[in-house]
Design a protein around this ligand. Structure first.
Ligand SMILES: *Cc1c(COP(=O)(O)O)cnc(C)c1O
Length: 258
């Protein structure tokens, strides 16, 4: 926060967009949106919040405090193909400046019609022709509602907690950050090169039971497990842990004992 404010002060008169994080990719961590938002009183900047994953924290009283201050945002983006559980590639965007957005993206053409016949969606997104992505999103919202999504968010996050605890206790893996919501960021004990993580994940994929992706967290080659499917249950977490243990025992253990 201090660095941000110093930056504003040393660049006064300039135009800024601040991108706040609500659920980072590596660890589902959150910026203090309340504190950032309050700076808007002193400095004129556009606050965009990347809430691709984390916006769904608002569905649950257990996690809603993570997105406190989201109301300060000028614009927010949220993915629908993650926690809303609809097919790729669907997302939502919210803005406090619809007029400006329409000015930016509007394609001037009489054949596209005008807003006279009701709300006109055409001028808002960067693309004109697009699939009816809103339909599965809308139907899913109707089917599950706020309570349904609260349930999915809490269940997924609780499973990530469990998964994180097991990782911590395994002696084979090491948790790199506390589990905030649905993402578990960890690495292999005693093995920290990108190449080793890559080989490990290739062997895990070969095992066939679980698929995980590599990342780097604070300079450490790592693995991230993200749980977002509505069907995931404790049994799946056990299967994932079993697969991780098996690959470790076959690949890492012999290398250590040699
Ligand atoms: C997934 C994700 C993105 C990428 O968005 P896509 O719409 O999936 O391309 C950006 N930011 C965060 C925090 C994400 O989790």
């Amino acid at each position: 926060m201090e660095a941000l404010e110093n930056y504003f002060q040393s660049h006064s008169g300039e135009t800024f967009i601040v991108v706040g994080n609500a659920g980072t990719v590596n660890t589902a961590d959150f910026d203090d949106l309340e504190k950032i938002g309050q700076l808007k009183e002193k400095y004129p900047f556009w606050l965009h919040v990347d809430a691709a994953f984390g916006g769904f924290a608002a569905c649950s009283p257990l996690y809603a405090y993570y997105v406190q201050g989201l109301n300060y945002a000028d614009s927010i983006t949220m993915d629908a193909h993650k926690w809303l559980n609809v097919p790729y590639d669907a997302a939502m965007q919210f803005t406090r400046h619809p007029q400006l957005q329409a000015e930016v993206f509007h394609n001037q053409s009489t054949y596209l019609g005008s807003a006279d016949a009701g709300f006109n969606f055409i001028p808002y997104p960067p693309e004109n022709s697009r699939r009816f992505r809103a339909l599965p999103a809308w139907v899913s919202l109707l089917a599950y509602g706020r309570e349904g999504y609260r349930d999915i968010v809490e269940r997924n996050s609780q499973l990530a907690q469990q998964f994180g605890q097991q990782i911590e206790q395994s002696g084979k893996f090491r948790l790199l950050a506390s589990v905030k919501m649905n993402v578990v960021c960890f690495t292999i004990n005693g093995s920290t090169t990108t190449g080793q993580v890559g080989e490990f994940l290739a062997a895990l994929r070969e095992d066939g039971r679980v698929f995980m992706t590599p990342t780097v967290y604070k300079g450490i080659p790592a693995i991230r497990a993200a749980i977002s499917n509505w069907q995931t249950e404790e049994r799946d977490v056990m299967i994932a842990l079993e697969a991780l243990n098996r690959v470790y025992d076959r690949m890492i253990q012999p290398a250590i004992t040699q």
